[in-house]
Write a new protein. Structure first.
Length: 125
């Protein structure tokens, strides 16, 4: 009826029986225990900051993504993370999500400027 697990309801009943209505005070839930130790999390942070996925043995030319991080953590620590869990881990470690931007290193600046002018004309029409 309230979409709660039977164990959760049992916990509420026990708290009510022991402490009355005060026992049902809603507080912050700490959630599930962390899968990695603080030292392992610090190592993950250093790896993501200073190494590319290719440098740690992953077969890719991409930057770090949550699926790549999940794969590396599984290989390194034998701990299974879902993509969303890896994103939460990265956020907790101080990272933020950004979309990739691309720049062409060998692009000709004169051709780029000419394209911008042409593009503006095309866009207006």
């Amino acid at each position: 009826m309230v979409n709660l697990n039977e164990n959760t309801i049992g916990t509420y009943i026990k708290k009510y029986q022991k402490w009355g209505i005060k026992g049902l005070d809603m507080s912050y839930s700490s959630g599930a225990p962390r899968k990695l130790t603080p030292e392992q999390e610090a190592h993950v942070r250093e790896v993501v900051l200073h190494q590319t996925p290719k440098e740690v043995g992953l077969n890719t030319q991409m930057n770090w993504t949550s699926p790549l991080l999940c794969e590396w953590i599984q290989r390194e620590y034998q701990v299974q993370y879902a993509d969303r869990g890896a994103l939460h881990l990265l956020h907790r470690l101080g990272f933020s999500h950004t979309r990739p931007t691309y720049t062409l290193a060998k692009a000709d600046p004169d051709k780029q400027a000419a394209f911008r002018e042409t593009f503006q004309d095309v866009k207006k029409n």
